[in-house]
Write a protein that binds this ligand. Sequence first.
Ligand SMILES: C[S@@+](CC[C@H](N)C(=O)[O-])C[C@H]1O[C@@H](n2cnc3c(N)ncnc32)[C@H](O)[C@@H]1O
Length: 209
Amino acid sequence: MSRARSCSRWVRLRPSSPALEGVQEKLLSGAKVADIGCGLGASTILLAREYPNSAFAGSDYHDQSIDLARKRAEDAGVSGRATFEVATAAAFSGTGYDLAATFDCLHDMGDPLSAARHIRQALAPDGTWLIAEPNAGDTINDNLNPVGRIYYNASTLLCIPNAMSQAGGYTLGAQAGEAAIRQLITDAGFTRFRRAAETPFNLIYEVRP
Ligand SMILES: C[S@@+](CC[C@H](N)C(=O)[O-])C[C@H]1O[C@@H](n2cnc3c(N)ncnc32)[C@H](O)[C@@H]1O
């Protein structure tokens, strides 16, 4: 079992029972991956280190984050396979991606529907979109627990203002549960959606064109 070296020792990038259908095989043999809203590139770099046959394109609309991501990729020795660009999720470059990933950022976007539509056209026909979002229920009552309370507070102060500061006028809200995410990806034209995995803090969805 392989574990990430530059992050928590509990992160397992190669689980014995992968949650996403066929994705690990593609990553091992050589996949084209988009890491959208990648921030400082932590996930991009971890994946590039773990899957040396694959190429990773990180993007984020925040230019200073991308500057740091590039530097960190260089320091990690993966800058040849982990490249970065400043771009919104609705305009990142490239097509034919085997895997698109949005780690904890869909709910930060001011126009998640345009992002979802763009991701759909950027994916290969048999590609996969991995969505990692906070573990949230669909109703306020579902979220009245310690994790939900933390997320409501953080989201109210950070995520919602960030999303509302962007063009688009449609945000997923302080705690977007599975129903809200399913509606979004259905509106964007995807045909397959399932909850693939969960932790106390995160839900992982598998979305296919
Ligand atoms: C909570 S951070 C997650 C960063 C990274 N994915 C991670 O897991 O470390 C959310 C990220 O979404 C980015 N973001 C927000 N709105 C965006 C948009 N419309 N297009 C691209 N990136 C966006 C922010 O700049 C930020 O880096």
